[in-house]
Design a protein around this ligand. Structure first.
Ligand code: GDP
Ligand code: IMO
Ligand code: MG
Length: 427
Protein backbone atom coordinates (compact mmCIF):
# COMPACT_ATOMS: atom_id res chain seq x y z
CA UNK A 1 0.00 0.00 0.00
CA UNK A 2 2.47 2.64 -1.11
CA UNK A 3 0.73 6.07 -1.20
CA UNK A 4 -1.10 7.47 1.81
CA UNK A 5 -2.60 10.92 2.23
CA UNK A 6 -2.97 12.41 5.70
CA UNK A 7 -5.29 15.41 6.14
CA UNK A 8 -6.87 17.45 8.91
CA UNK A 9 -10.61 16.91 9.33
CA UNK A 10 -11.47 20.18 11.11
CA UNK A 11 -9.93 23.67 11.14
CA UNK A 12 -6.30 22.64 11.61
CA UNK A 13 -4.08 21.79 14.57
CA UNK A 14 -5.62 18.36 14.94
CA UNK A 15 -2.21 16.82 15.60
CA UNK A 16 -1.23 16.00 12.01
CA UNK A 17 2.44 16.51 12.86
CA UNK A 18 2.40 13.89 15.59
CA UNK A 19 0.47 11.45 13.38
CA UNK A 20 2.92 11.90 10.49
CA UNK A 21 5.85 11.50 12.82
CA UNK A 22 4.34 8.35 14.29
CA UNK A 23 4.02 6.84 10.80
CA UNK A 24 7.49 8.02 9.86
CA UNK A 25 9.24 4.78 10.72
CA UNK A 26 7.24 2.91 8.05
CA UNK A 27 7.56 5.57 5.40
CA UNK A 28 10.24 6.28 2.80
CA UNK A 29 9.09 9.75 1.69
CA UNK A 30 7.00 12.41 3.46
CA UNK A 31 5.64 15.07 1.15
CA UNK A 32 4.31 18.47 2.12
CA UNK A 33 2.02 19.33 -0.78
CA UNK A 34 0.11 22.52 0.17
CA UNK A 35 0.37 25.68 2.21
CA UNK A 36 3.59 27.10 3.57
CA UNK A 37 4.81 28.39 6.89
CA UNK A 38 1.26 29.18 7.98
CA UNK A 39 1.33 25.59 9.26
CA UNK A 40 2.62 24.84 12.72
CA UNK A 41 3.17 21.28 13.85
CA UNK A 42 4.40 20.47 17.35
CA UNK A 43 5.98 17.06 17.63
CA UNK A 44 7.30 15.64 20.90
CA UNK A 45 9.98 12.97 20.59
CA UNK A 46 11.60 11.53 23.71
CA UNK A 47 10.55 14.58 25.74
CA UNK A 48 12.10 16.95 23.14
CA UNK A 49 9.67 19.37 21.53
CA UNK A 50 10.01 20.35 17.87
CA UNK A 51 7.96 23.07 16.14
CA UNK A 52 7.83 22.58 12.37
CA UNK A 53 6.39 25.02 9.86
CA UNK A 54 7.68 24.50 6.38
CA UNK A 55 9.40 21.16 6.65
CA UNK A 56 7.28 18.01 6.65
CA UNK A 57 7.10 16.32 10.05
CA UNK A 58 8.70 13.18 8.62
CA UNK A 59 12.02 15.01 8.79
CA UNK A 60 12.30 13.87 12.41
CA UNK A 61 12.52 10.22 11.36
CA UNK A 62 16.00 9.14 10.31
CA UNK A 63 16.00 7.67 6.81
CA UNK A 64 12.68 9.21 5.77
CA UNK A 65 13.14 11.57 2.80
CA UNK A 66 11.29 14.88 3.22
CA UNK A 67 9.86 16.50 0.09
CA UNK A 68 8.41 19.97 -0.48
CA UNK A 69 6.38 19.56 -3.65
CA UNK A 70 4.98 21.96 -6.25
CA UNK A 71 1.80 22.86 -4.34
CA UNK A 72 3.69 24.56 -1.52
CA UNK A 73 4.57 28.26 -1.29
CA UNK A 74 8.07 28.66 0.11
CA UNK A 75 9.48 31.51 2.14
CA UNK A 76 13.19 30.84 1.66
CA UNK A 77 14.32 32.71 4.77
CA UNK A 78 12.01 30.51 6.86
CA UNK A 79 13.15 27.36 5.05
CA UNK A 80 16.82 27.92 5.79
CA UNK A 81 16.19 29.11 9.36
CA UNK A 82 14.23 25.95 10.00
CA UNK A 83 16.89 23.74 8.43
CA UNK A 84 19.60 25.47 10.51
CA UNK A 85 17.60 25.20 13.73
CA UNK A 86 16.92 21.50 13.26
CA UNK A 87 20.46 20.70 12.12
CA UNK A 88 21.79 22.38 15.26
CA UNK A 89 19.62 19.98 17.28
CA UNK A 90 21.05 16.99 15.43
CA UNK A 91 18.23 16.42 12.92
CA UNK A 92 19.56 15.41 9.50
CA UNK A 93 17.99 17.68 6.84
CA UNK A 94 20.47 16.82 4.10
CA UNK A 95 18.06 14.61 2.11
CA UNK A 96 15.39 17.31 1.72
CA UNK A 97 14.05 17.66 -1.85
CA UNK A 98 12.32 20.80 -3.14
CA UNK A 99 10.22 21.03 -6.30
CA UNK A 100 11.46 23.32 -9.06
CA UNK A 101 7.81 24.28 -9.63
CA UNK A 102 7.02 25.41 -6.09
CA UNK A 103 6.21 29.10 -5.79
CA UNK A 104 8.15 31.53 -3.62
CA UNK A 105 6.87 33.88 -0.96
CA UNK A 106 8.71 37.21 -1.21
CA UNK A 107 8.69 40.19 1.15
CA UNK A 108 5.93 41.88 -0.90
CA UNK A 109 3.58 38.96 -0.23
CA UNK A 110 4.00 39.38 3.51
CA UNK A 111 3.46 43.14 3.19
CA UNK A 112 0.32 42.71 1.09
CA UNK A 113 -1.02 40.04 3.48
CA UNK A 114 -0.70 42.38 6.45
CA UNK A 115 -2.04 45.55 4.79
CA UNK A 116 -5.04 43.79 3.24
CA UNK A 117 -5.99 42.32 6.61
CA UNK A 118 -5.76 45.75 8.18
CA UNK A 119 -7.79 47.22 5.34
CA UNK A 120 -10.50 44.56 5.69
CA UNK A 121 -11.07 45.66 9.31
CA UNK A 122 -14.08 43.81 10.68
CA UNK A 123 -14.18 41.57 7.60
CA UNK A 124 -10.60 40.34 8.14
CA UNK A 125 -9.79 36.62 7.83
CA UNK A 126 -7.34 36.51 10.73
CA UNK A 127 -4.52 35.18 8.54
CA UNK A 128 -1.15 34.15 9.91
CA UNK A 129 0.39 37.15 8.09
CA UNK A 130 2.95 34.95 6.37
CA UNK A 131 2.11 36.07 2.82
CA UNK A 132 0.35 32.81 1.95
CA UNK A 133 -2.78 34.24 0.28
CA UNK A 134 -0.93 36.85 -1.83
CA UNK A 135 1.62 34.23 -3.01
CA UNK A 136 -1.16 31.88 -4.15
CA UNK A 137 -2.99 34.84 -5.72
CA UNK A 138 0.11 35.56 -7.81
CA UNK A 139 0.32 31.89 -8.79
CA UNK A 140 -3.28 31.91 -10.04
CA UNK A 141 -2.80 35.33 -11.65
CA UNK A 142 0.26 33.93 -13.46
CA UNK A 143 2.65 36.46 -11.98
CA UNK A 144 4.21 34.14 -9.42
CA UNK A 145 7.93 33.50 -9.00
CA UNK A 146 8.99 29.87 -8.84
CA UNK A 147 11.98 28.06 -7.40
CA UNK A 148 13.39 27.43 -10.89
CA UNK A 149 13.39 31.17 -11.66
CA UNK A 150 16.30 31.57 -9.25
CA UNK A 151 18.49 29.77 -11.77
CA UNK A 152 18.07 32.46 -14.44
CA UNK A 153 18.74 35.94 -13.15
CA UNK A 154 17.22 37.71 -16.16
CA UNK A 155 14.03 35.74 -15.96
CA UNK A 156 13.89 36.29 -12.21
CA UNK A 157 14.21 40.06 -12.65
CA UNK A 158 11.46 40.08 -15.30
CA UNK A 159 9.15 38.05 -13.11
CA UNK A 160 9.70 40.18 -10.02
CA UNK A 161 9.11 43.29 -12.16
CA UNK A 162 5.86 41.79 -13.38
CA UNK A 163 4.76 40.85 -9.89
CA UNK A 164 5.56 44.28 -8.46
CA UNK A 165 4.08 46.44 -11.21
CA UNK A 166 0.48 46.29 -10.00
CA UNK A 167 1.36 45.79 -6.36
CA UNK A 168 3.41 48.95 -6.17
CA UNK A 169 0.52 50.98 -7.54
CA UNK A 170 -1.74 49.39 -4.98
CA UNK A 171 0.69 49.78 -2.10
CA UNK A 172 1.42 53.43 -2.84
CA UNK A 173 -1.99 54.67 -4.01
CA UNK A 174 -4.45 52.60 -2.01
CA UNK A 175 -2.58 51.54 1.09
CA UNK A 176 -0.30 54.55 1.38
CA UNK A 177 2.81 52.39 1.76
CA UNK A 178 6.26 52.75 0.24
CA UNK A 179 6.91 51.10 -3.12
CA UNK A 180 9.08 48.00 -3.14
CA UNK A 181 12.21 48.08 -5.32
CA UNK A 182 12.68 45.26 -7.83
CA UNK A 183 16.41 45.02 -7.14
CA UNK A 184 15.90 44.67 -3.40
CA UNK A 185 13.68 41.62 -3.95
CA UNK A 186 15.87 40.08 -6.66
CA UNK A 187 18.95 40.39 -4.47
CA UNK A 188 17.26 38.83 -1.48
CA UNK A 189 15.96 35.89 -3.50
CA UNK A 190 19.28 35.34 -5.26
CA UNK A 191 21.07 35.20 -1.93
CA UNK A 192 19.51 31.75 -1.39
CA UNK A 193 20.26 30.27 -4.82
CA UNK A 194 23.48 28.45 -3.98
CA UNK A 195 22.03 26.82 -0.89
CA UNK A 196 18.82 25.87 -2.64
CA UNK A 197 20.28 24.47 -5.88
CA UNK A 198 21.38 21.07 -4.52
CA UNK A 199 17.90 20.40 -3.09
CA UNK A 200 15.89 21.17 -6.22
CA UNK A 201 14.35 18.33 -8.23
CA UNK A 202 11.50 17.38 -10.49
CA UNK A 203 9.80 15.99 -7.39
CA UNK A 204 6.84 14.59 -9.34
CA UNK A 205 9.26 12.37 -11.27
CA UNK A 206 11.14 11.37 -8.09
CA UNK A 207 7.90 10.38 -6.37
CA UNK A 208 6.64 8.51 -9.39
CA UNK A 209 9.85 6.48 -9.48
CA UNK A 210 9.68 5.89 -5.73
CA UNK A 211 6.14 4.52 -6.07
CA UNK A 212 7.22 2.33 -9.01
CA UNK A 213 9.88 0.84 -6.72
CA UNK A 214 7.22 0.08 -4.12
CA UNK A 215 8.45 2.74 -1.67
CA UNK A 216 5.96 4.10 0.84
CA UNK A 217 5.04 7.75 0.27
CA UNK A 218 3.08 9.77 2.82
CA UNK A 219 1.46 13.04 1.75
CA UNK A 220 1.07 15.35 4.72
CA UNK A 221 -1.48 18.15 4.42
CA UNK A 222 -1.06 21.50 6.09
CA UNK A 223 -4.23 23.19 7.37
CA UNK A 224 -7.42 21.16 7.06
CA UNK A 225 -10.70 20.35 5.32
CA UNK A 226 -12.65 23.30 6.71
CA UNK A 227 -9.81 25.66 5.72
CA UNK A 228 -9.61 24.31 2.14
CA UNK A 229 -10.10 27.09 -0.41
CA UNK A 230 -12.83 25.13 -2.24
CA UNK A 231 -14.41 22.99 0.46
CA UNK A 232 -13.90 25.04 3.61
CA UNK A 233 -15.79 27.92 5.19
CA UNK A 234 -14.93 30.36 2.40
CA UNK A 235 -13.82 33.16 2.65
CA UNK A 236 -12.57 32.19 6.12
CA UNK A 237 -10.12 29.67 4.70
CA UNK A 238 -6.52 29.43 3.65
CA UNK A 239 -5.62 29.80 -0.03
CA UNK A 240 -4.62 26.24 -0.88
CA UNK A 241 -6.18 22.81 -1.42
CA UNK A 242 -5.81 21.17 1.97
CA UNK A 243 -8.05 18.18 1.19
CA UNK A 244 -6.91 14.81 -0.14
CA UNK A 245 -7.29 15.75 -3.81
CA UNK A 246 -4.82 18.57 -3.20
CA UNK A 247 -2.15 15.92 -2.67
CA UNK A 248 -2.43 15.08 -6.37
CA UNK A 249 -2.38 18.56 -7.90
CA UNK A 250 0.12 19.61 -5.26
CA UNK A 251 2.60 16.85 -6.09
CA UNK A 252 1.98 15.60 -9.60
CA UNK A 253 1.11 12.13 -8.33
CA UNK A 254 -2.21 11.00 -9.84
CA UNK A 255 -5.32 9.97 -7.82
CA UNK A 256 -5.21 6.32 -8.85
CA UNK A 257 -1.91 5.92 -7.02
CA UNK A 258 -3.38 6.91 -3.67
CA UNK A 259 -4.33 3.89 -1.59
CA UNK A 260 -5.38 5.22 1.76
CA UNK A 261 -6.59 8.52 3.19
CA UNK A 262 -6.16 9.19 6.90
CA UNK A 263 -7.96 12.10 8.53
CA UNK A 264 -6.77 13.44 11.84
CA UNK A 265 -9.60 14.66 14.05
CA UNK A 266 -9.49 16.10 17.56
CA UNK A 267 -11.82 14.73 20.25
CA UNK A 268 -13.16 18.31 20.43
CA UNK A 269 -12.80 21.22 17.99
CA UNK A 270 -10.54 24.26 17.68
CA UNK A 271 -10.18 27.08 15.22
CA UNK A 272 -7.72 29.98 14.84
CA UNK A 273 -8.69 33.21 13.12
CA UNK A 274 -12.14 34.40 12.08
CA UNK A 275 -15.11 32.55 10.62
CA UNK A 276 -18.10 30.44 11.65
CA UNK A 277 -17.67 27.73 14.30
CA UNK A 278 -21.02 26.27 15.45
CA UNK A 279 -19.79 24.42 18.56
CA UNK A 280 -17.57 27.25 19.81
CA UNK A 281 -17.62 27.79 23.58
CA UNK A 282 -17.14 31.38 24.63
CA UNK A 283 -17.61 30.61 28.32
CA UNK A 284 -15.56 28.91 31.02
CA UNK A 285 -15.93 25.50 29.39
CA UNK A 286 -14.02 26.88 26.39
CA UNK A 287 -11.29 28.28 28.65
CA UNK A 288 -10.99 24.91 30.33
CA UNK A 289 -10.53 23.09 27.02
CA UNK A 290 -7.93 25.68 25.97
CA UNK A 291 -5.98 25.25 29.18
CA UNK A 292 -6.25 21.45 29.30
CA UNK A 293 -5.36 21.08 25.62
CA UNK A 294 -2.66 23.77 25.51
CA UNK A 295 -4.59 25.34 22.65
CA UNK A 296 -2.29 28.18 21.68
CA UNK A 297 -1.04 28.48 18.08
CA UNK A 298 2.32 26.93 17.18
CA UNK A 299 2.81 29.60 14.50
CA UNK A 300 1.37 32.82 15.90
CA UNK A 301 0.87 31.96 19.58
CA UNK A 302 -2.78 33.06 19.29
CA UNK A 303 -5.23 31.41 21.71
CA UNK A 304 -7.28 28.91 19.72
CA UNK A 305 -11.05 29.12 19.82
CA UNK A 306 -12.35 25.91 21.42
CA UNK A 307 -15.60 23.98 21.24
CA UNK A 308 -17.14 20.51 21.40
CA UNK A 309 -16.78 17.75 18.82
CA UNK A 310 -18.84 18.33 15.67
CA UNK A 311 -19.96 15.09 14.00
CA UNK A 312 -21.41 16.65 10.80
CA UNK A 313 -17.95 18.12 10.14
CA UNK A 314 -16.28 14.70 10.50
CA UNK A 315 -18.84 13.14 8.17
CA UNK A 316 -18.19 15.94 5.70
CA UNK A 317 -14.43 15.43 5.97
CA UNK A 318 -14.92 11.69 5.43
CA UNK A 319 -16.86 12.36 2.25
CA UNK A 320 -14.74 15.15 0.77
CA UNK A 321 -11.44 13.37 1.39
CA UNK A 322 -12.49 9.77 0.78
CA UNK A 323 -11.29 8.95 4.28
CA UNK A 324 -10.41 5.33 4.94
CA UNK A 325 -9.36 5.79 8.60
CA UNK A 326 -9.60 8.45 11.26
CA UNK A 327 -6.87 9.19 13.78
CA UNK A 328 -8.59 10.61 16.86
CA UNK A 329 -6.34 12.91 18.90
CA UNK A 330 -6.28 14.53 22.33
CA UNK A 331 -8.79 12.20 23.93
CA UNK A 332 -6.82 12.69 27.17
CA UNK A 333 -7.79 16.37 27.20
CA UNK A 334 -11.44 15.43 27.89
CA UNK A 335 -10.56 13.47 31.03
CA UNK A 336 -12.33 14.74 34.14
CA UNK A 337 -15.58 15.90 32.53
CA UNK A 338 -18.85 14.58 33.95
CA UNK A 339 -20.71 14.65 30.65
CA UNK A 340 -19.36 15.43 27.19
CA UNK A 341 -21.58 17.22 24.67
CA UNK A 342 -21.21 16.08 21.05
CA UNK A 343 -22.83 17.97 18.18
CA UNK A 344 -24.86 15.49 16.12
CA UNK A 345 -26.70 17.93 13.82
CA UNK A 346 -27.46 21.64 13.40
CA UNK A 347 -30.57 23.64 14.01
CA UNK A 348 -30.66 26.28 11.29
CA UNK A 349 -33.53 28.72 11.58
CA UNK A 350 -35.70 26.03 13.15
CA UNK A 351 -34.84 23.27 10.67
CA UNK A 352 -32.68 20.27 11.59
CA UNK A 353 -29.67 19.67 9.30
CA UNK A 354 -27.76 16.40 9.61
CA UNK A 355 -25.20 17.50 7.03
CA UNK A 356 -23.42 20.80 6.43
CA UNK A 357 -25.88 23.27 4.89
CA UNK A 358 -25.57 24.35 1.29
CA UNK A 359 -24.78 28.00 1.91
CA UNK A 360 -22.31 29.84 4.09
CA UNK A 361 -25.05 32.13 5.45
CA UNK A 362 -26.90 29.10 6.78
CA UNK A 363 -23.69 27.80 8.35
CA UNK A 364 -23.26 31.13 10.12
CA UNK A 365 -26.70 30.58 11.72
CA UNK A 366 -26.11 26.92 12.59
CA UNK A 367 -26.80 26.09 16.24
CA UNK A 368 -25.49 22.74 17.45
CA UNK A 369 -27.89 19.97 18.44
CA UNK A 370 -26.09 18.16 21.26
CA UNK A 371 -26.15 14.65 22.60
CA UNK A 372 -24.44 14.14 25.95
CA UNK A 373 -22.10 11.22 26.54
CA UNK A 374 -20.68 10.09 29.88
CA UNK A 375 -17.19 11.29 30.77
CA UNK A 376 -14.42 9.44 32.64
CA UNK A 377 -12.13 10.45 35.50
CA UNK A 378 -9.18 8.06 35.09
CA UNK A 379 -5.85 9.24 33.65
CA UNK A 380 -5.68 7.65 30.19
CA UNK A 381 -2.26 8.92 29.10
CA UNK A 382 -0.67 5.51 29.73
CA UNK A 383 -3.28 3.52 27.77
CA UNK A 384 -2.00 1.72 24.68
CA UNK A 385 -4.91 -0.55 23.70
CA UNK A 386 -8.65 0.01 23.44
CA UNK A 387 -9.21 -2.28 26.40
CA UNK A 388 -6.92 -0.11 28.56
CA UNK A 389 -9.35 2.80 28.14
CA UNK A 390 -12.12 3.30 30.70
CA UNK A 391 -15.50 2.01 29.48
CA UNK A 392 -16.92 5.53 29.06
CA UNK A 393 -13.95 6.56 26.89
CA UNK A 394 -14.46 3.46 24.75
CA UNK A 395 -18.13 4.36 24.33
CA UNK A 396 -17.19 7.94 23.41
CA UNK A 397 -14.77 6.69 20.72
CA UNK A 398 -17.31 4.18 19.37
CA UNK A 399 -20.00 6.89 19.19
CA UNK A 400 -17.70 9.26 17.27
CA UNK A 401 -16.77 6.46 14.91
CA UNK A 402 -20.39 5.64 14.15
CA UNK A 403 -21.26 9.28 13.58
CA UNK A 404 -18.33 9.82 11.22
CA UNK A 405 -19.01 6.58 9.37
CA UNK A 406 -15.37 5.47 9.11
CA UNK A 407 -13.16 3.54 11.51
CA UNK A 408 -11.03 5.26 14.15
CA UNK A 409 -7.76 3.38 13.79
CA UNK A 410 -5.57 5.24 16.28
CA UNK A 411 -6.26 7.37 19.36
CA UNK A 412 -3.95 9.99 20.81
CA UNK A 413 -3.74 10.03 24.59
CA UNK A 414 -0.87 12.50 24.99
CA UNK A 415 1.59 14.55 22.91
CA UNK A 416 4.43 12.02 23.05
CA UNK A 417 5.25 9.87 20.01
CA UNK A 418 4.41 6.69 21.95
CA UNK A 419 1.22 8.05 23.57
CA UNK A 420 -1.12 6.41 21.10
CA UNK A 421 -3.73 3.67 21.32
CA UNK A 422 -3.34 1.64 18.14
CA UNK A 423 -6.63 0.04 17.13
CA UNK A 424 -5.45 -1.28 13.80
CA UNK A 425 -2.32 -0.80 11.71
CA UNK A 426 -2.34 2.33 9.57
CA UNK A 427 0.36 1.20 7.17
P1 GDP B 1 -1.03 20.07 13.53
O1 GDP B 1 -0.92 21.45 13.01
O2 GDP B 1 -2.24 19.35 13.04
O3 GDP B 1 0.22 19.27 13.34
O4 GDP B 1 -1.25 20.20 15.12
P2 GDP B 1 -0.45 21.19 16.12
O5 GDP B 1 0.91 20.61 16.35
O6 GDP B 1 -0.56 22.60 15.67
O7 GDP B 1 -1.35 21.07 17.41
C1 GDP B 1 -1.56 19.86 18.06
C2 GDP B 1 -0.99 19.96 19.50
O8 GDP B 1 -1.49 18.88 20.26
C3 GDP B 1 0.51 19.83 19.58
O9 GDP B 1 0.96 20.64 20.64
C4 GDP B 1 0.77 18.37 19.88
O10 GDP B 1 1.95 18.13 20.61
C5 GDP B 1 -0.43 18.05 20.73
N1 GDP B 1 -0.96 16.69 20.62
C6 GDP B 1 -1.07 15.91 19.51
N2 GDP B 1 -1.72 14.76 19.81
C7 GDP B 1 -2.04 14.84 21.12
C8 GDP B 1 -2.75 13.98 22.01
O11 GDP B 1 -3.26 12.92 21.65
N3 GDP B 1 -2.90 14.43 23.31
C9 GDP B 1 -2.40 15.61 23.75
N4 GDP B 1 -2.60 15.98 25.01
N5 GDP B 1 -1.73 16.44 22.93
C10 GDP B 1 -1.56 16.07 21.64
P1 IMO C 1 -1.84 23.65 10.60
O1 IMO C 1 -1.14 23.02 9.45
C1 IMO C 1 -4.89 26.43 12.03
C2 IMO C 1 -5.88 29.78 9.37
C3 IMO C 1 -5.52 31.16 9.85
C4 IMO C 1 -6.63 31.96 9.18
C5 IMO C 1 -6.78 31.26 7.83
C6 IMO C 1 -6.04 31.92 6.70
O2 IMO C 1 -0.95 23.93 11.77
O3 IMO C 1 -3.08 22.92 10.97
P2 IMO C 1 -3.47 32.05 6.02
O4 IMO C 1 -2.31 32.65 6.75
O5 IMO C 1 -3.33 30.60 5.73
O6 IMO C 1 -3.88 32.84 4.82
O7 IMO C 1 -4.71 32.19 7.06
O8 IMO C 1 -6.30 29.95 8.02
N1 IMO C 1 -4.76 28.83 9.36
C7 IMO C 1 -4.60 27.84 10.25
N2 IMO C 1 -5.31 27.52 11.35
N3 IMO C 1 -3.86 25.65 11.64
C8 IMO C 1 -3.15 25.94 10.53
O9 IMO C 1 -2.22 25.12 10.03
C9 IMO C 1 -3.48 27.09 9.79
N4 IMO C 1 -3.00 27.67 8.67
C10 IMO C 1 -3.79 28.70 8.41
O10 IMO C 1 -5.58 31.25 11.25
O11 IMO C 1 -7.83 31.81 9.88
MG1 MG D 1 -0.83 23.40 13.71
Amino acid sequence: MPAIVLVGAQWGDEGKGKATDALGAHVDYVVKFNGGNNAGHTVVVGGEKYALHLLPSGILTPGCIPVISNGVVIDLSVLFDEIEGLTARGVDCSTLLVSSNAHLIASYHRTVDKVTERFLGKRRIGTTGRGIGPAYADKINRVGVRVQDLFDENILRQKVEGALEQKNHLLAKVYNRRKIAVEEVVEELLSYTDRLRPLVRDTSLELSRALDRGDMVLFEAGQATMLDVDHGTYPFVTSSSATAAGACTGSGVPPNRVDRVLAVVKAYTTRVGEGPFPTELTDEAGDQLREAGGEFGTTTGRPRRCGWYDAPISRYAARINGVTDFVLTKLDVLTGLERIPVCVAYDIDGVRHDELPMTQSEFHHARPVYEHLDGWQEDISGCRTLDDLPKAAQVYVKALEEMAGKPISAIGVGPGREQTVVVRDLV
